[in-house]
Design a protein around this ligand. Structure first.
Ligand code: FAD
Ligand code: NAD
Length: 509
């Protein structure tokens, strides 16, 4: 069955999300980078073979275009001629061919929902799938997305009330342990968007407000009863007849993976050097945004590069590693810190590096499948990081040392090329001095002859030396992050050493 979108043609605004699993990349031929693709799309060449016409495509017609040299794919009801894109696809031609002449939406969503295909493939758009009329049984409403009975019982609801100066929207989440990480609120130009995360579902209040409101928005969460209040300050103290016009996704409760990513523009407020090629960027959220990135989750940054929207994931860190373990870190809801390596030929990071203080960049809602409870139920925590794969470990490390009393050992095994590449080396060494429970081991793959520490890449012998249960049957969690081959090899070695899948968490997109 084809996924035909209910929205009007052309495509809605582009918002993608991340798949849970990683994807293999294949080496691209020279001249086939993303930048080369962007150049080709701007060259004015007819990439669809239809001379700019858009057509309605039947299922039969789609099925005919199933060869490498003539390949059409349907994504969310829109059909693209991906033949010219074949050699530029980072996942390889064979991956694309899996959906040749067919609906690739599910496959696309599994692998890389976040990739901005509407923008990337806009010159390849052939048209829209022809909608087959569906005969609805008499007396029934048109089909709606209905959740299972148990999920429906948990559907949040909302209400609103006003005083002379305030508008309060109350969301009854029906979830006991509500917290700031599960509530994302944005209010821009009279458009209010409040998203509540309930397990793997998302509830949305999304309205075009009846009247203007002030910039600062307050959010109160009654954690125990699961009540969330969004408090808006009226710009003019007039009586509102209604809250506003419901937008398309208003009052819906759907799977998170089905909800489009939402971006807000954040201001770059500082950029500091961490190493010779890595910078710490501080982005300021708009005053009307309430967003807190949970441990182990990433956000997407979106930039328009040479006219094409490009999206890449980054994992927020803390501004520094706190050395005081007495209090849980206070959530600074106003800033997002990103530690980003600038690659000399990197498309996205080069553009990022050219941002000036005061410039704006779009930041998405957080995503990721790491659960804090995984740490809370462990006795030994091992963090295997390579290069910027250190980023998800920052908040995790801080959480483990400040809030998880039952952890006996927290050990970071940090793989880098050279000494100069080690991120926050000083801070990590200080932390290791301060905390008896924390140890750090640096392992270099390209050390100078002066390096007296460990050398090499991830290997079974290195892992068996450093990853050990503190007791024979202690509960272990091993988190891994780095280049894909590093992560894949690490998982394999750990499994060979007898660790189970449940004891290993990989950070992937
Ligand atoms: P590309 O244009 O994709 O690559 C161009 C060239 O850059 C390559 O040919 C190569 O020469 C070089 N290059 C790119 N990647 C590598 C690499 N891994 N090793 C060696 N050379 C490489 N990055 C961060 O810096 N900080 C983060 O917090 C962060 N979080 C991430 C979270 C997730 C979930 C994922 C999947 C990735 C994360 N990344 C992070 C990586 C980031 O998303 C980009 O892939 C990275 O910034 C490179 O983007 P680019 O467009 O500049 O490079
Ligand atoms: P890098 O090239 O500086 O390499 C750092 C270390 O990784 C090397 O010293 C080596 O020990 C190891 N390594 C590199 N390539 C390897 C290979 N092929 N096999 C085995 N080990 C290898 O690393 P970098 O440039 O900082 O890249 C960091 C990577 O981490 C990027 O690929 C980035 O996408 C990824 N990352 C992922 C997340 C996430 O949450 N999924 C977050 C941040 C970074």
């Amino acid at each position: 069955m084809l996924n035909v979108p209910p929205q009007a043609f052309p495509a809605p605004s582009s918002q993608q999300r991340v798949a849970a699993g990683g994807r293999a990349k294949v080496p691209l031929k020279p001249g086939r980078s993303l930048m080369d693709w962007i150049r080709l799309t701007k060259s004015g060449r007819d990439l669809t073979g239809l001379k700019g016409r858009l057509i309605e495509v039947t299922e039969d017609e789609l099925a005919k275009h199933n060869k490498k040299e003539d390949c059409w794919i349907c994504i969310r009801g829109f059909v693209y001629n991906v033949t010219p894109y074949m050699e530029y696809h980072p996942g390889g031609e064979d991956e694309l061919m899996k959906a040749a002449g067919a609906d690739g939406t599910d496959l696309f969503d599994q692998v890389h929902r976040w990739v901005n295909y509407e923008s990337m493939l806009k010159e390849c758009l052939v048209g829209r799938m022809a909608v087959k009329p569906i005969a609805a049984p008499k007396g029934m409403l048109p089909e709606k997305k209905v959740l299972g009975a148990s999920a429906r019982d948990l559907t949040p609801s909302y209400d609103w009330f006003q005083t002379d100066s305030l508008i309060t929207i109350v969301i009854y989440t029906k979830q006991k342990d509500m917290n700031a990480e599960l509530v994302i609120v944005d209010c821009q130009d009279k458009r209010l968007r409040g998203e509540i995360i309930v397990d793997d579902h998302s509830y949305l209040v999304e309205v075009d407000l009846d009247h203007a409101v002030q910039e600062d928005v307050a959010v109160n969460i009654a954690e125990k009863v699961g009540k969330v209040e969004i408090i808006l300050k009226k710009k003019d103290n007039i009586h509102w007849k209604m809250l506003g016009q419901a937008l398309e996704s208003h009052n819906t409760f759907i799977k998170r993976t089905e909800r489009g990513l939402f971006y807000r523009k954040c201001k770059l407020v500082s950029k500091t050097e961490v190493t010779h090629d890595t910078k710490l960027l501080c982005l300021m959220l708009p005053r009307s945004t309430h967003l807190c990135v949970p441990i182990g989750q990433h956000v997407y940054l979106k930039q328009t590069i040479a006219g094409t929207e490009v999206v890449k994931p980054y994992t927020p860190v803390l501004p520094f590693l706190p050395l005081d373990f007495k209090e849980p870190p206070r959530h600074d809801g106003a800033h997002v810190y990103l530690m980003i390596k600038i690659y000399s030929c990197g498309l996205f990071t080069q553009a990022l590096d050219h941002l000036q203080i005061g410039d704006y960049i779009s930041v998405s809602n957080p995503e990721g499948n790491f659960k804090k409870s995984q740490v809370q139920t462990s006795e030994d925590l091992f963090l295997l990081a390579a290069g910027t794969g250190f980023t998800p470990m920052v908040k995790l490390l801080n959480f483990a040392l400040t809030e998880v009393g039952c952890l006996r050992t927290v050990r970071l095994i940090f793989f880098n090329k050279t000494e100069d590449d080690i991120l926050w080396r000083n801070q990590l060494e200080q932390l290791a001095l301060k905390s008896e429970r924390f140890e750090v081991q640096f392992i270099l793959s390209q050390p100078t002859k002066d390096w007296v520490g460990k050398q090499g890449k991830i290997s079974s012998s290195l892992l068996s030396e450093f990853v050990k249960r503190s007791r024979k049957d202690s509960k272990v969690l091993i988190c891994i992050c780095g280049p894909t081959p590093f992560t894949e090899q690490g998982v394999q070695y750990l499994k060979d050493l007898g660790y189970s899948q449940e004891e290993i968490h990989t950070f992937t997109a």
